[in-house]
Design a protein around this ligand. Structure first.
Ligand code: FES
Length: 145
């Protein structure tokens, strides 16, 4: 009897999703499985990149026009939670002034994601720290001119 690989893959995927639902909020799952703003931002004028204590790296690129973030994108080699955090954070900051973006805390990000398990809270802290780096980089590039 042959094994239907597609059927097996589908069953595995369903199982993984069901397991994830026991641990993560629907919002985290939605933003991790359907990432927003993932990839390179070509004409960025601020870039932040940090490695977390977990060893994963997150990069956020922003384009600031008239002190407002007109676009932002992120890249990560990290966990699904870091994808959810990058997705939510880049979506949240788009259209905000850099002052308002700087005021976003990891607690606020956690709140937007309807919470994270304790062992994943550091992923949200990393994302917010990377955003602050990107804004610092933007400001530095302006003051260098
Ligand atoms: Fe490293 Fe989530 S960013 S475990």
């Amino acid at each position: 009897m042959g094994v239907d690989i597609d059927e097996l893959a589908k069953r595995l995927e369903t199982q993984v999703l069901e397991d994830a639902k026991e641990v993560f909020s629907d919002t985290v799952i939605e933003y991790a499985y359907n990432p927003r703003n993932m990839g390179e931002l070509r004409d960025a004028n601020g870039v932040g990149k940090l490695m977390g204590t977990c060893g994963d790296t997150v990069q956020i690129q922003i384009r600031v026009e008239n002190e407002k973030i007109s676009e932002s994108r992120f890249i990560t080699d990290g966990c699904g939670t870091s994808i959810a955090c990058g997705s939510m954070l880049t979506e949240t900051i788009t259209g905000k002034t850099i002052k308002d973006a700087l005021a976003i805390t990891s607690d606020a990000l956690l709140h937007s994601l309807d919470g994270l398990p304790e062992e994943n809270v550091h992923c949200s802290v990393l994302a917010v720290n990377v955003l602050r780096e990107a804004i610092r980089d933007y400001r530095k590039s302006r003051s260098d001119k």
